[in-house]
Structures are given as C-alpha cells and as structure tokens.
Design a protein around this ligand. Structure first.
Ligand code: 5AD
Ligand code: SF4
Length: 474
C-alpha cells in the first residue's frame, strides 16, 4: 500500500484565493449593514465529524463570517451530516426540512449540506429532488474544496453538488481550523476505514484509510500544547492501524511515543481502537507514556463469536477478554468503555445472552449501546432478520439495565478514592461548582479552593451517581 497523496500546495492556495474573494464580498456586506454576515455550522454524528466542522468553521471565519447558533440571522447555514444510523439521517432531514421557512423568509440565505449522509448517492438524490431549498451539497472528500464550492454557489446562480469519491485518496493539509475554547481539542490522525464491518456504512462514505504524516501531526500537536490545550484526543476510525499505509515503519504506538515526548502537562487520549488491531505492544506503550490517559474505548459490538464472524470483526470474544485482561494487568486503574450493537440480523437470544455475560464480566465504566440500523449498500442489509422490532427493543432495554448496574458498581468503587483530574469547566451543582475529567475520562463535579479551568488537581471522591462522581480538592 502506498502513502496517501497530499493535495498539492497550488490547490490549497487556490482555496485561499476563493476565501479571499468571499471575504471581500462579506466585507462589502459588513460595510453596508454595519455587521459581519453570520453563519451557522452544525454537526450531526461522531467526533470525527466535529473535527471536520472545526475545519469548515475555520474556513468560514477566514471568509469573513461570524459564527452563530441563531438560524434566523444566518446568511449561511451548513449542516455536517452523519450516516451511521437511520436515526441520524432522519434527524438531519428533519432539520433541513425545517429550513424551508428560513429560505422563504430570506431567499438569499445559502443552505449547505456536507458530510457522510450526503456522500451517499441516494441521500444526495433525495436532497436534489425533495429539498430544493438546499443550494450546496458536498461529500466528505470535497470538504477541503468548500471555499471554491461556496464561491460557485454564490456566483453561478445554480445549485452545486460535489460528490466526488476518494479515488485519489488525498489528504488536505494547511487549511484553517477553528477550535473551541477550553482545554480539550480533537486531532485527526487518519481518515477513512478499511475494515468493512458488515453493518457499517463508514468505509463507503469516508473511503480507504489514509494516515497523516507523523511530522505534520506532531507539529499540530505542539501548536495545540502551546495554545494551552491540555486534553487532546487523537481521532481515527481505527487508530490501531495508523501508519500502515505510510510504509515508514511508524505505527500508532510509535506515534504515541513521539507525541508523549513533547514537553508540558497534558493528557493524550485516542479513539477508536479496534480489538482486531489493538495489541499488547499498544498497552505496553500506554503504560510507559507519561501523558497517555489510562482510558481505553475498545468496541466489542457483540459477545457471540458467531455474530462477530458475521459482522466481519476479525476477533473472538475470547481474544477480546484477553486484551482487556492484559490492559488491566499493565494499567490496573484503566477506564474501559465499549460500543455494542443489539439486534444484528440473525442474532438469537443465546447470542444476546453472551453479550450480557461479557458486559457483566468486564465491568465497563461506560457503554454506548445501539439498536442495529439497516444501512443500504452494506452486506448485513441483505442478511435475513427474523426478530421483531419489539423483541429487539426488549433486549435493548435489558442491556441498558445491566449496563446501569455495572456502571453503578464501578462508580461506587471510586468512593473515598483520590483521583487526578483536569478541571475543564463549570458544574451545575452549587456545592460542586467545577466540572472536571479524570485521567480515565470520567466526569467529576468538584469543589475546593484554588481549582481553576485548565489546571490539574487531586480530588477525593465523596459521592457517586450513575453519570457523575462528586468530590473535593485535597
Ligand atoms: N447500526 C447500529 N449501530 C451501528 N454502529 C455502526 N454502524 C451501525 C449500524 N448500522 C455503531 C457501532 C460503532 C459505533 C460508532 O456505531 O457500534 O462502533
Ligand atoms: Fe465501521 Fe467497523 Fe470501520 Fe468502525 S471499524 S468505522 S464499525 S467499518
């Protein structure tokens, strides 16, 4: 496999020229109206999408827009959509449908859709036919061409659709990013996915795995640390296969060591890991790196080998147990979380029981549970499915109960313990006015003299609930 191509410098430069052209138009508008034109940039879906929206927002600011949440004052509304489950799609369509009123009241408002949902031919076609008020549609691979596409939308007086695929497998570097205030930041280290789990649409809409160059990642990481971010999450669909396409011998463990060597007081987190590619080497590295948080999100999806096989996950429940045992041996205090799918086609009661058993056995700190959602174009969409919606719903609720029991038990174990946390905002409870995260990523509401956002502190836990730990500074 060869390394991803970097979009040539001249083409990035072209995007800056389009940004200048739009900025000039917006400056003229500002001169006439006395204020900057407003833009809404809203994200549906996962962290990767949030990170993409930060790049789009960076371009919007460069183009002279001020960001807002108020649809009624926006001259441009951009929705970054998700396709992972049907629910995400119907929410996006619902929100887009509601914009007909905005368009009627202010026809000059530009309405734009981008991201995973509209990368699918079928969804884009639906927008084309049934949502005529949408002016601009572009998929995940055209994200970096947003300025050019927006310029065409503004000047050509016709709808613009760009659904180009990832034939070139390109990565665009050097475009602006607008990150939120605060102490946490996302950093994409790779794009796409090669795994083709049979239920998942992601590989079809985000293309093949492309790793960013380690030097580029390191310099962006250093910029984040210099800007005062303290809690940085490295993002990829399957970070454990980072670097495979680069052919330089630097894998994810090596990347972690490289970043861990950057001086400062901060935490590194990462997601998502795949049990097929997570290795003892990764856990050894985590244990040895000073800044790497003791937190692991390792989705197992199902506790049944038969279902795992039909999901094309590439591991067994036993292998998964082995990984957890090794991670815990190396880092006894590690916080564990996972994703689970309930109601995969053909799943039996026995399969489901095996999932419950695994949940109970491992004792996760957090679980993200999903009802299987049929995604057209994926292999599992063709699998026979005998279970009724009601049966699946009942299983789902059983799983939620088991999840609550195990999470509650885990939380209770923290009572009286001292934990290092990073204060990252304000809490809602006046007795515990600060919100913080443990190294393991758990939410702690805390009180105490001298706590401040962006600072690390030692907290003793006074009480626990399902969602939050409470404690005071020591
Ligand atoms: N239906 C339900 N859940 C899904 N996920 C991915 N695809 C589907 C689907 N078709 C879940 C998986 C994955 C998480 C991000 O979303 O659990 O780990
Ligand atoms: Fe989807 Fe599987 Fe890739 Fe995750 S690893 S994005 S679940 S195909």
């Amino acid at each position: 496999m060869c390394a991803a191509q970097i979009v040539p410098e001249e083409q990035i430069q072209r995007q800056y020229e389009y940004m200048d052209l739009i900025a000039a138009r917006n400056a003229e508008q500002e001169r006439l109206s006395g204020r900057k034109p407003r833009a809404v940039a809203h994200t549906f879906g996962c962290q990767q999408n949030f990170a993409d929206t930060e790049r789009l927002a960076g371009m919007l600011v460069e183009m002279g827009y001020a960001l807002t949440d108020d649809l009624n004052e926006a001259g441009l509304i951009l929705y970054n959509t998700c396709a992972v489950r049907e629910h995400a799609e119907s929410r996006a369509f619902g929100n887009v449908g509601a914009l007909t009123h905005v368009k009627k009241a202010r026809p000059e408002t530009v309405i734009a859709l981008c991201g995973c949902m509209v990368q699918q031919e079928k969804a884009a076609e639906k927008v084309r036919k049934s949502y005529p008020h949408v002016d601009l549609v572009f998929g995940t691979h055209a994200l970096w061409r947003f300025p050019e596409l927006l310029f065409r939308t503004l000047t050509e007086n016709k709808r613009v659709f760009d659904l180009s695929g990832d034939e070139k497998g390109e990565i665009a570097e050097g475009l602006p990013v607008l990150r939120g205030d605060g102490v946490r930041a996302w950093l994409s280290i790779m794009y796409g996915c090669n795994n083709f789990c049979t239920y998942c649409i992601v590989p079809y809409v985000r293309g093949r795995e492309r790793s960013r160059d380690p030097e580029t990642i390191e310099s962006e990481f250093r910029e984040l640390i210099a800007a005062g971010y303290k809690d940085i999450t490295l993002l990829g669909q399957n970070v454990n296969s980072y670097g495979r396409d680069l052919g330089q011998g630097e894998d994810f463990s090596a990347l972690l060591r490289r970043l861990d060597a950057v001086p400062g007081e901060y935490l590194i987190r990462f997601m998502t890991s795949h049990p097929k590619d997570a290795s003892p080497r990764l856990f050894d590295t985590m244990a040895e790196c000073r800044h790497v948080a003791r937190q692991l999100h390792l989705p197992f999806q199902s506790g049944s080998d038969e279902i795992l096989h039909r999901m094309n996950r590439g591991y067994t429940a036993e292998h998964y147990r082995g990984l957890i045992a090794y991670a815990r041996e190396k880092m006894p205090e590690i916080t564990l979380s996972s994703d689970i799918i309930v109601g995969f086609p053909g799943e039996t009661e026995t399969d489901f029981e095996q999932t419950l058993t695994l949940v109970r056995e491992v004792g996760f700190d957090m679980l993200y549970t999903f009802l299987y959602s049929k995604r057209s174009g994926t292999p599992a969409a063709e699998y026979p499915d005998h279970m009724t919606k009601e049966e699946k719903q009942r299983q789902f609720e059983r799983l939620l109960r088991v999840q609550d029991e195990t999470v509650e038990k885990r939380q209770a174990d923290y009572l009286g313990k001292r934990l290092r946390v990073l204060v990252d905002g304000e809490g809602k409870d006046p007795n515990y006015p600060y919100a913080a995260r443990t190294e393991g990523g758990l939410l702690v509401c805390c009180s105490g003299q001298g706590l401040k956002t962006g600072a690390f502190a030692e907290i003793e836990i006074d009480k626990t609930t399902l969602r939050c730990l409470f404690g005071h500074a020591v």
